[in-house]
Design a protein around this ligand. Structure first.
Ligand code: HT7
Ligand code: ZN
Length: 860
C-alpha cells in the first residue's frame, strides 16, 4: 500500500453538517440508516466528487435528496464515490441517505460496531466509523449528530453521545432510545453502547452551577468496583475548572467498561468507553498501581473533552496535538493528586523504557510523523509521551503564567475547530512574543538528542573562588529516513552545589539553543552541577561523574528527580559490574532510612534498574547485550545489595506495615511500595522467601501480588503452591487472572517458556480478548531473559502467536509485534534469529496492513 503523506493534505470537497443515524441492533445483521446533510467544503476540490469511506458494509439502499435516481455512484472495497453525472449533478447542498448492514458478532478487530461479552459497543478512533456507515471519515469533517437506537428489550441500556432524548417501547418486545449531540464532532468521537448494564451513578455541579448526571455502566456484579473511578472523575472535572478554566458542556457524562478493548479507553463525546481494567477496582482485586492508572486514565479521557473533542485534529498527522497535550494535562493532574516528584520519576522511567527505546530503533518517527501506512501504528510513546514532554518544555520556556495565557488563547481562538501543530505553536508565539520557529523542529525530527557536558574551573587565587565554565553540546543520532539532524532548543534546568550541599547561585534554566553553548559563573568554590533537574528535556545527558559525586547528589540535591537519578546511575554501575554493591548500599542508606522522606520516593530509590534497562545501557555504550549475562549480573547485584542492607530492609519491612483497612490513598500506597521494594530485595536472601510466602496470604492485592512476585523471584519451592492458591481464589475473575498469568510470563525461571506455552495452549485461554493476550503473550515478550533464549524458541513462540492473532485483531497484533524493535541491541546470533522470525511473519499470506507496515519497518 502507498503511504499517506502530510504534504498531500487537502481540505475536504464536501463537509457533513448534520448526521442522523438509526441503529437496528442484531448480532449478525445490524442495520444502520444514515441521513447526512452535506455542503460544499472549503477546499479547491469543493463541489467535486464526494468520496465516502466505507469498509465491510453491505449497502442496501442509497438516495440523494430523497430520490434513488442517483448521480453516478461507484462502490469499492474502501468506500464509494458519488460523482456528478450529466443527468444528475451534485447540488450545492444535499442530503445523502443510505442503509447498510453490518455484522457486529464477526467483528473481532474491535473497530467499528462489535459485541463484547454480549455488550454492543463501538470504537471509531481512528478510522472505525467507516465500518458503521459510509462517511468522509476524517477528523476535519465535524458535524452534529442525532442517534436513534432500536433493540430488543433484553438489551435494556441504549447509550450514545450527547444529551438523552426520547425513549419508549416498540412492537415485538423491542424499545428505542434517542440521543442528540449538539457539539459538532468528528466521526472518530461517535459512540454507541447497548447491553445489559448496571450503573453506578453520581452527580456533579459545574463551576457555573450546571448539574451533570454522572454514570459508570458495568456488567451486573461489577457495580461495587466503580467508586474509585467515579471519585477520580469528579476530581478531574473540578481540576479542569480550577487549573484550565474548562467546564463540562453536557448534562450527562457516561462511562462504560467493556471487556474487549484494543487500548486503555476512548474519549467519545459524553460517552467514554473504557477497558474494564481501567475502571474496576476493589482492594481485593486491584493493586495500588491499578488505582493510580485508573485515576490517570479517567482524567486523561475526561480532559480530552476540551483537548481533542472541542478542539480536534485537522488530520491524523496532528495526533500529538490532542494526545501530547492531554497526556501532559493528566500528568499535571496526577502530580497534583499525588507526589509530584514520584510522578515525575515514574513518567521518566516510562519515557526512557518505551519512547527512548522507540527513538533508538527502527520504528523511530517524529512526534508529528510525515507519512504512515496504517494510522493505528502511530499511537505510540513518541506521539503520546514525547508529545507531552514537548509541552512541558514549552511551559518551562515561556513560564507557567504565559503557558496559561497561551492555553486560554488556544481555547478562545480554536474552539470548534480541527487544528494543526502550527496553530498550537502560534498561540504560544502570540502569548509570549517569542519566535518559536526552532522549537517546531522538536515536532519534525525523530531521535533523542544526546547532550554532553564539559566543565572547567579556574581558581582566582587559592581559597578565593574562581570561574566555573559549563559547556553543553548536543547531537541527535540519525533515524530512519532522517540521516541529518539540526540542533533543537533544549531547556536545561540546573543548580550549582557547594561542598556542603548549598546552592551556590539561584537555580535556573540554561537554553541550549545551538549545537554548543558555554556559560560561565563566578563562584566561591568549585561546584557540583545538578543538571537537567526534573528531567527538563527529553534528552540523554552524558556527563562523566565519579561515584563520590553521585553519592553526594543522592545525599544533597534538593531536586528529588536528580537525587533519584544519582541513585539510578550508581545502581547501573553496580549492575554492570563497574561499582561495588557495598559502596552503593552505603550511599543509599541515609536516604532510604530518612523518615522525613516520602516512602514512595524511598521505594523508587530502592528499586534497581530492570534487565531491559541494563541491556539498553550496554548497547548504548557500544557493546551487544547478552541477556543471560545481564540476568546473572543483575541477580548477583540484587543479592549483594540485599546482604549489605539486610537489617535496614528488615526494619523498613516492619516499619512500613500499614495499619487499618486498605485505602488506595497515595500515602498508604507509598508505604506499601517501600515495603514491597524491601521485600523484593530480601527475597534474594534465605530469610526473605518465608516473609514473601507469609505475605501471600494478604487480603489486599497490593500486598499479595508483590509478595507472590518476590516468592517467584526467590526461587522458593513454595512458589508453585502459592500460584495455585492464587488461581483457586481468583479463577472466576478474568482481570485478576491476567495478573496471575503476567507474573508467570515475566518470571525469570528456567521453565518460563514451557509454562507460558502450556497456559497459551489451554483450551479455555481466551486469546482473542486483548487483555488476555497481553497478559500472557505480550508479557512474555517483555521478559528480559526467557524471551531472548539463545536457541530462538522465545522469538518463535511470539511470531507464531502474532501470525495467529493478526487476521483476528491486526491492531493488537501489530502493537505486540513491537517487542521485536530492539533486535539490534543483541548479539549477531540473536539478531539473525529475530530477523528470521520477522521475515517469516512478513511472508505470511494475507498479512494485515498494520502488521505488514510494522514488520517491514523493523526489517528495513
Ligand atoms: N484517543 C484514544 C486512542 C485510540 C484508541 C482507543 C481505544 C481503542 C482504539 C484506539 N485507537 C486510538 C485513547 C486516548 O488516547 O485517550
Ligand atoms: Zn488520549
Amino acid at each position: 500500500p502507498t503511504p499517506i503523506r502530510l504534504a498531500d493534505y487537502a481540505p475536504p470537497a464536501w463537509v457533513a453538517e448534520h448526521v442522523d443515524l438509526t441503529f437496528d441492533l442484531a448480532p449478525r445483521g445490524a442495520r444502520v440508516r444514515a441521513r447526512i446533510r452535506f455542503v460544499k467544503g472549503p477546499g479547491e476540490a469543493a463541489g467535486g466528487p464526494l468520496r465516502l469511506d466505507g469498509q465491510k458494509l453491505r449497502l442496501l439502499s442509497a438516495a440523494v435528496d430523497g430520490t434513488d435516481a442517483l448521480p453516478s455512484i461507484t462502490v469499492d472495497e474502501e468506500g464509494l464515490t458519488l460523482a456528478p453525472a450529466d443527468n444528475a449533478p451534485l447540488p450545492d447542498a444535499f442530503t445523502w441517505e443510505a442503509e447498510v448492514e453490518i455484522d457486529p458478532e464477526a467483528n473481532t478487530e474491535l473497530e467499528g460496531l462489535y459485541l463484547s461479552n454480549g455488550v454492543y459497543c463501538t470504537q471509531c478512533e481512528a478510522e472505525g466509523f467507516r465500518k458503521i456507515t459510509y462517511f468522509p471519515d476524517r477528523p476535519d469533517v465535524m458535524a452534529t449528530y442525532a442517534v436513534r437506537i432500536e433493540a430488543p428489550t433484553s438489551i435494556p441500556v441504549l447509550l450514545s453521545n450527547g444529551e438523552p432524548g426520547a425513549t419508549g417501547p416498540l412492537p415485538g418486545d423491542r424499545h428505542f432510545a434517542e440521543w442528540t449531540d449538539p457539539w459538532p464532532k468528528p466521526s472518530y468521537l461517535f459512540a454507541l453502547v447497548a447491553g445489559e448494564l448496571v450503573a453506578h451513578t453520581d452527580a456533579f455541579t459545574t463551576a457555573s452551577g450546571r448539574p451533570v448526571a454522572l454514570a459508570i455502566h458495568v456488567r451486573p456484579g461489577d457495580e461495587d468496583r466503580c467508586a474509585y473511578a467515579m471519585d477520580a472523575l469528579k476530581r478531574s472535572m473540578r481540576w479542569d475548572e480550577t487549573e484550565y478554566g474548562r467546564e463540562y458542556d453536557l448534562s450527562v457524562f457516561n462511562i462504560v467498561a467493556v471487556d474487549d478493548f484494543n487500548m486503555g479507553a476512548m474519549e467519545n463525546k459524553g460517552l467514554n468507553v473504557f477497558n474494564s481494567k481501567y475502571v474496576l477496582a476493589s482492594p481485593e482485586t486491584a493493586t495500588d498501581r491499578d488505582y493510580e492508572l485508573i485515576e490517570g486514565i479517567i482524567a486523561h479521557e475526561y480532559f480530552h473533552n476540551w483537548t481533542g473533542n472541542r478542539i480536534t485534529c485537522r488530520d491524523w498527522f496532528q495526533l500529538c496535538l490532542k494526545e501530547g497535550l492531554t497526556v501532559f494535562r493528566d500528568q499535571q493532574f496526577s502530580a497534583d493528586m499525588r507526589s509530584e516528584a514520584v510522578q515525575r520519576i515514574d513518567q521518566v522511567k516510562m519515557l526512557r523504557a518505551r519512547q527512548f527505546r522507540e527513538d533508538a530503533g527502527p520504528l523511530a518517527h517524529p512526534v508529528r510523523p510525515e507519512e504512515f501506512i496504517e494510522i493505528n501504528n502511530f499511537y505510540t510513546a513518541t506521539v503520546y509521551e514525547k508529545g507531552a514532554e514537548l509541552i512541558r518544555m514549552l511551559r518551562l520556556i515561556v513560564g507557567a503564567e504565559t503557558y496559561r495565557a497561551a492555553l486560554d488563547l488556544y481555547f478562545d481562538r480554536h474552539d470548534g475547530q480541527a487544528c494543526t501543530i502550527e496553530d498550537w505553536i502560534a498561540v504560544f508565539e502570540d502569548a509570549s512574543g517569542r519566535d518559536l520557529t526552532r522549537f517546531r523542529l522538536w515536532y519534525a525530527q525523530a531521535g533523542t538528542p544526546r547532550v554532553t557536558v564539559s566543565e572547567g574551573w579556574v581558581e582566582d587565587a587559592p581559597g578565593q573562588g574562581g570561574r566555573y565554565t559549563l559547556t553543553l553540546r548536543q547531537e541527535t543520532p540519525s533515524t530512519p529516513g532522517q540521516p541529518l539532524k539540526k540542533p533543537v532548543p533544549i531547556p536545561v534546568a540546573f543548580g550549582l552545589l557547594g561542598a556542603d550541599g548549598r546552592e551556590l547561585i539561584e537555580p535556573g534554566v540554561l537554553e541550549l539553543d545551538d549545537t554548543e553553548r558555554c556559560w560561565s559563573f563566578e563562584l566561591p568554590e568549585r561546584p557540583v552541577p545538578s543538571l537537567l533537574r526534573g528531567f527538563s528535556a527529553p534528552v540523554i545527558l552524558e556527563r562523566r561523574s565519579s561515584e563520590a559525586e553521585r553519592a553526594f547528589l543522592l545525599a544533597h540535591d534538593r531536586d528529588p528527580f536528580n537525587r533519584w537519578e544519582a541513585a539510578r546511575a550508581l545502581a547501573l554501575e553496580v549492575m554492570m559490574g563497574a561499582a561495588s554493591a557495598d559502596a552503593f548500599a552505603e550511599a543509599l542508606l541515609p536516604a532510604i532510612t530518612d523518615a522525613s522522606l516520602d516512602p514512595a520516593f524511598r521505594a523508587l530509590l530502592l528499586t534497581l534498574p530492570g534487565e531491559d534497562e541494563i541491556a539498553r545501557e550496554t548497547w548504548s555504550r557500544g557493546r551487544p547485550a547478552d541477556p543471560d549475562a545481564i540476568h546473572a549480573a543483575a541477580k548477583a547485584a540484587r543479592k549483594a545489595l540485599a546482604e549489605a542492607l539486610e537489617p535496614e530492609l528488615r526494619g523498613l519491612y516492619e516499619a512500613m506495615e500499614t495499619p487499618g483497612p486498605y485505602t488506595p490513598e497515595a500515602g498508604d500506597a507509598g508505604r506499601r511500595a517501600l515495603r514491597a521494594a524491601a521485600l523484593g530485595l530480601l527475597a534474594r536472601l534465605p530469610v526473605g522467601a518465608g516473609m514473601a510466602e507469609a505475605q501471600c496470604g494478604a487480603a489486599n492485592m497490593s500486598d499479595r501480588l508483590p509478595a507472590l512476585a518476590a516468592l517467584l523471584a526467590s526461587g522458593s519451592p513454595a512458589a508453585d503452591a502459592a500460584l495455585d492458591a492464587f488461581a483457586a481464589d481468583w479463577r472466576h475473575d478474568p482481570l485478576v487472572m491476567d495478573k496471575w498469568r503476567m507474573l508467570q510470563a515475566t518470571a525469570s525461571r528456567p521453565d518460563t517458556l514451557a509454562r507460558v506455552k502450556a497456559l497459551s495452549e489451554a483450551p479455555d485461554f481466551p486469546w482473542k480478548t486483548p487483555n488476555r493476550f497481553r497478559s500472557l503473550v505480550a508479557a512474555f515478550a517483555q521478559n528480559p531473559c526467557a524471551f531472548h533464549q539463545a536457541d530462538g524458541s522465545g522469538y518463535r513462540f511470539l511470531a507464531d502467536w502474532l501470525i495467529r492473532l493478526d487476521p483476528v485483531n491486526p491492531q493488537t497484533a501489530a502493537r505486540v509485534a513491537g517487542a521485536f524493535e530492539t533486535w539490534r541491541r543483541y548479539d549477531a546470533k540473536r539478531q539473525k534469529l529475530i530477523r528470521a522470525e520477522l521475515s517469516r511473519i512478513a511472508a505470511t499470506e494475507g498479512l494485515s496492513r498494520d502488521m505488514a507496515e510494522i514488520v517491514s519497518r523493523m526489517l528495513d
